[in-house]
Design a protein around this ligand. Structure first.
Ligand code: GCB
Length: 606
């Protein structure tokens, strides 16, 4: 099993110390730091906040665009009373890879910029003085990693990131860093599967510990009153009259897991827990047995100044905006988000399609424009020499994501990839592998999907048959047949939809992307592309399509807010398809969504 990915919590037996703050930082363009002993002290550092992306603080372009190795360092003390406990430093994420040193000793390394990892430091820390923590990070892109891209070199010798994806390659220590003290024998992981019973619900649980001592599990209601208990590493908590967790109507219990030694509590881990079922039946999404129509967004972790760094203020504002507009769902495009987002979704009753960082899987520099889809003429993405290592990294990301997120009531489905090139022969073996692995990893057997790129069509896509429901990214009226030609776009769109109707075989279909770039500054009557008027016309056309097909069971618009991308002729200082600006203020389209989503019943087309 991979190391424990439980969210750090304090309890009767556990302690957490947050190490976030102003750290030291230094670029290492020549990758000389390890040999030169930088792990013990950076020679010429500047101050850098943690968590945050380093990029947008700088006022010079070389620093913002920096590609290569870079270092962070700080000092910390370990409380004397933690002696005898197991000590870990837990990184919420470091983008895209990291090596961790404590007091000069390398204690961990991790590949992948969007999921947590621990560095075990029990044997390297001192209690009688400060400890030195150094992180060597790297943000270079290549084709074996998630997300995929490449690193090029300019004529002047400077490295430059060339993402195959449409979001800025932000890097840094993006999520909180925490020093955790746990008992030697401790809870490593747990999972829950819910079922509805004649008089309430049952929570089937399993607990993993690193010892043999007995386990006891309790469920407490929202007021803290014990409502069920069981003992053993596997068992059932019966909850007569259970309050079910619902969409925009959440109810959270607390599950408390204890390792006991007679009367003594050896370890205690507690977490909030929503009880709900989710399944697909007869082409419908059923939450607690009742149909639900998805409405909301694809999002990004992206904001002014801090880039992709976790900012709880932005998290809060995003949920307030999503509640105001009448949304009930979002996709964590294009990578798993900070754990605090899922906790908020549990608290607020939002549904999440949780996406692996598998984006940019396409043989095209403008991959997000899908230049080569459907031709089948090039070497396919899944037949490259990089594919075997990519698969290893993809499986690792799935394992970490599903292990981390599997107990959230809000998480209803896994998105295994975004817009892969799936017209060539190698697609099927690759898809079968990752889709099966996701099923194996998830005790709740949640539905699996992937976002299907424009031009990947019902009868040519070799990937669609693996999806438990179909997710389409479609830009009719924007990338094709835009502007005054939008009436042709509608005709072509309907034709494609008729085709999907033939291959669904009882599976629901949702839109995981549709949108039009729109400058918040632009109004034009009659409309032109990029104006707010055109965004509304485009969205109204899409809504007509959604309403005319009964098998469409959800609409997640692209994007919740404007976001930063690499500069280029197709992007005006970022992608402007937001319903909200990057500062989270509504464009005209936001009012259109509000009117629509508030009027659609929860079980629309149910
Ligand atoms: C897509 C991609 C997304 C892009 C979007 C766009 O299909 O999945 O990452 O940002 O299109 O706006 O072009």
């Amino acid at each position: 099993m991979i190391q424990s990915l439980l969210y750090p919590c304090s309890s009767l037996t556990r302690r957490v110390q947050v190490l976030d703050g102003m750290w030291n930082f230094q670029f290492d363009a020549k990758s000389e730091g390890v040999a030169a002993g930088w792990a013990e002290g950076l020679p010429a550092s500047v101050k850098m906040p943690v968590p945050a992306s380093f990029c947008d603080f700088f006022t010079d372009k070389d620093s913002r665009e920096y590609t290569g190795d870079f270092w962070y360092e700080t000092d910390f003390y370990v409380p004397a009373e933690w002696q005898g406990m197991e000590l870990d430093i837990r990184f919420g994420s470091v983008t895209h890879r990291a090596r961790v040193f404590v007091n000069g000793v390398e204690v961990a390394s991790h590949e992948g910029g969007f999921l947590p990892f621990n560095a075990r430091v029990t044997d390297v820390v001192r209690f009688d003085g400060p400890n030195h923590l150094a992180v060597l990070a790297n943000n270079e892109l290549n084709e074996t990693m998630l997300p995929a891209g490449k690193t090029a070199t300019l004529a002047n010798g400077t490295k430059i990131s060339a993402p195959y994806f449409d979001f800025y390659n932000y890097a840094g220590i993006h999520r909180p860093v925490k020093l955790m003290a746990t008992p030697k024998e401790s809870v490593q992981d747990y999972s829950v599967v819910h079922s509805l019973t004649a008089d309430g619900a049952a929570v089937h649980y399993t607990v993993k510990t690193n010892g043999d001592k007995p386990v006891a599990v309790e469920l407490r209601d929202a007021k803290g009153v014990k409502v069920a208990e069981a003992s053993g590493k596997e068992g059932v908590l019966n909850v007569p009259g259970a309050h079910l967790w619902g969409v925009r109507a959440p109810y959270l219990y607390t599950i408390c897991i204890r390792i006991l030694d007679g009367e003594k509590i050896v370890d205690e881990y507690a977490e909030k827990l929503g009880i709900r079922t989710f399944e697909i039946k007869d082409g419908k999404f059923l939450l607690n047995g009742k149909p639900v129509y998805l409405r909301g967004f694809g999002k990004h972790e992206d904001a002014d100044i801090r880039g992709r760094g976790l900012d709880l203020a932005t998290v809060k504002r995003d949920f307030e905006c999503m509640k105001w507009i009448g949304a009930n769902c979002f996709r964590t495009s294009h990578y798993p988000y900070a754990e605090e987002m899922y906790q908020m979704a549990d608290e607020e009753g939002f549904l999440i399609i949780d996406e692996a960082p598998a984006v940019g899987f396409m043989e095209s520099t403008m991959n997000f424009l899908a230049a080569n889809q459907g031709t089948g003429k090039k070497v396919g993405w899944f037949e490259k020499e990089t594919t075997p290592q990519l698969l290893v990294n993809h499986r690792q990301a799935l394992e970490e994501m599903i292990t981390r997120d599997k107990n959230h009531a809000s998480v209803i489905a896994w998105s295994i990839l975004n817009e892969p090139q799936c017209t060539s022969e190698g697609t099927e073996a690759y898809f079968e592998n990752v889709f099966n692995y996701a099923r194996e990893l998830d005790p709740q057997a949640r539905p699996r999907t992937y976002a299907v790129v424009m031009m990947s069509l019902p009868h040519t896509s070799k990937g669609q048959k693996y999806a438990d429901f179909i997710s389409l990214n479609r830009y009719y009226g924007w990338y094709v047949m835009g502007g005054y030609g939008i009436s042709d776009a509608e005709v072509a769109f309907r034709k494609e939809m008729d085709g999907w109707g033939q291959v669904l075989n009882g599976r629901p279909l949702i839109f995981t992307e549709y949108g039009a770039d729109t400058l918040a500054s632009e109004h034009k009557l009659p409309s032109v592309m990029w104006s707010q008027e055109y965004q509304n016309e485009y969205l109204e056309m899409n809504n007509r399509i959604f309403d005319s097909y009964d098998f469409v069971k959800g609409e997640l618009m692209w994007n919740f807010a404007d976001f930063q991308t690499t500069e280029g002729i197709l992007r005006a200082n970022g992608n402007k398809k937001g319903a909200f600006t990057r500062q989270r203020q509504p464009k005209d389209a936001a009012y259109l969504f509000k009117a629509r989503w508030e009027s659609l019943p929860v079980d629309y087309k149910g």
